[in-house]
Design a protein around this ligand. Sequence first.
Ligand code: ADE
Length: 380
Amino acid sequence: MARIRHQDTEKPARGKPTARASEEASQVRDPDASEEEARLEERPGLRPMRMADYIGQEPLKRKLSVFVQAARERGEPLDHTLLHGPPGLGKTTMAQILAREMGVEIHLTSGPAVEHKGILAGHLTALGAGDLLFIDEIHRLTPAVEESLYSAMEDGRIDLPVGEGSRARTMPFSLAPFTLVGATTRTALLSAPLRERFQIVEGIEFYRDEELAQIVSRTAGLLGFPISAKGALEIGRRSRGTPRIANRLTRRVRDFAQVRGRVRIEETDAAFALDELGIDGEGLDATDRRILVTILDMFDGGPVGVEALAATLSEPRDTLEDVYEPFLLQRGFLIRTPRGRQVTRKGARHVAGDDGGQTPPPTPQSGDPGDEGEQGELDL
Ligand code: ADE
């Protein structure tokens, strides 16, 4: 588990230990990020450390700033907070900012890493007063671990196993007041009892192109490679509304620009590099286009159930649902109907250039057979 002690430049909340500066902040990883992305995010200064430096998500920042200020004024920990949204939008970064703004330590782990109750107990008992425990992919906790989390969240208590064999029993242990920040790609994946125990539930939305352009400019500056405003916007426009992708593409575009002997990334450099990388003008990559073309070619444009689609594409269902679909849905290339996914006219038109003149899908007739496995499933 990563643990950071935040430097606090402001008065700590009442009753809290004063935090001190530490280099540990640079060791923290977003469990979601690839090795390379994690390395980039480790660079001191790359992740915004304060709410004021965090670009975009204005309504969310306004609300969270109020909750932080109110908790600090009362000398209480921040209420348990659930952040939901597609991968790469900055849930981990926001949790780190919340800890820093509260002047407390953050302890980071993820649902799959908390394999059993003992691991959870280890994390919880290591927390100091007011500290923040961040659990990424919280929907992947096992039911047994999730259940022990309930008493921790509600009563500040956890049952610890003591003794062995026939003398084995559990003893209640009082925890220091703490804040749980959970992150999940979709709230629907969370059990209702867990969801209901969060007092703050907020979504992180896809970023606007101009916000991503600001992030690109900031990252290029930190990488020591200047970029024009139009160059940054070109990368921002093709980043699927996602800062992590914007940062990744910025590095790849920088590689192309460097090898072509440029000293600054211009719009044409960005466009050339992104074309070479197979990122089209709407930010769709080869897999996005393959999803649309497969639905059009193999399923007459849809509707098709997610299981059938995942099997045809040889992609895990989770990846399809968490990584690819949200953006395709948000940009109107795909819709979800009670009987499955369907490519829109916009989606069909978009890939027409790629697939040799695909005609738009027919409007579905009521009574069309959907995917057998998905009949009656309404949350598609
Ligand atoms: N890097 C990644 N996400 C960011 C954001 N929202 N603001 C600033 N820099 C970022």
